[in-house]
Design a protein around this ligand. Structure first.
Ligand SMILES: Cc1cc2nc3c(=O)[nH]c(=O)nc-3n(C[C@H](O)[C@H](O)[C@H](O)COP(=O)(O)O)c2cc1C
Length: 186
């Protein structure tokens, strides 16, 4: 894990630390980057919500998020896969703005294998609601029983990392994408 004193000067080192910390955060519930804001485009314009980062593939530059396949973000991302993930970690003063595309998987091996591992945990309830997220609360309450699961996997392919460091001694910003690594004006 990064210490808070070291101020990295090398762009390649900063990029490597960013990805190592993303990989680390999925195993650390208290890590500032474990919860991120996922922005997409909806029928009324910009839309955003908090999500939990579940897995990171550093080599593929991919992040995995779990969701209810009936949630409005799924329809939005199927219509327009472009998305932004915003993460803030106060301990280091690092913001990440990750731009890329999201692939939605509602079935297939990558869904069934993860559901098999998840289905007996308490968090499985998040994907078992009898009604879709955002539905009006029914007058008689939610029906009991054994509803089927609506578990899905969002794969976020990172095309660009916009890194911002806020420090008393001076803010810094850098961009990492297909054009390479470069410093930006914060
Ligand atoms: C701390 C926190 C973590 C959340 N994690 C997730 C998540 O991993 N996946 C998810 O679909 N929704 C998650 N939610 C709920 C979403 O923020 C959102 O309310 C829900 O998915 C409906 O979003 P939508 O209407 O944009 O589809 C989380 C909410 C909070 C407050």
């Amino acid at each position: 894990m990064l210490d808070t004193v070291t101020r990295l000067e090398d762009l390649a080192l900063i990029e490597r630390r960013v990805w190592n910390e993303l990989d680390h955060c999925v195993h650390e519930p208290a890590h500032g980057w474990r919860r991120a804001v996922l922005a997409s485009t909806g029928p009324q314009g910009a839309d955003a919500r908090t999500v939990v980062l579940r897995e990171v593939d550093i080599d593929a530059r991919e992040l995995i998020v779990y969701t209810d396949t009936r949630s409005p973000k799924v329809v939005q991302l199927q219509a327009d896969p472009r998305a932004t993930l915003v993460l803030w970690w106060d301990r280091l003063g690092w913001q990440l703005r990750l731009r890329g595309e999201v692939e939605v998987a509602c079935d297939g091996l990558q869904v069934t294998s993860r559901w098999a591992a998840l289905q007996h945990r308490r968090s499985a309830q998040d994907y078992l609601s009898p009604l879709a997220p955002g539905s009006d609360w029914p007058d008689g309450g939610l029906a009991a029983g054994h509803p089927r699961q609506h578990f899905g996997v969002l794969t976020f392919r990172v095309r660009q990392v916009d890194w911002l460091e806020l420090r008393e001694e001076g803010h810094r910003r850098a961009c990492f994408d297909a054009r390479g690594a470069r410093w930006l004006v914060p």
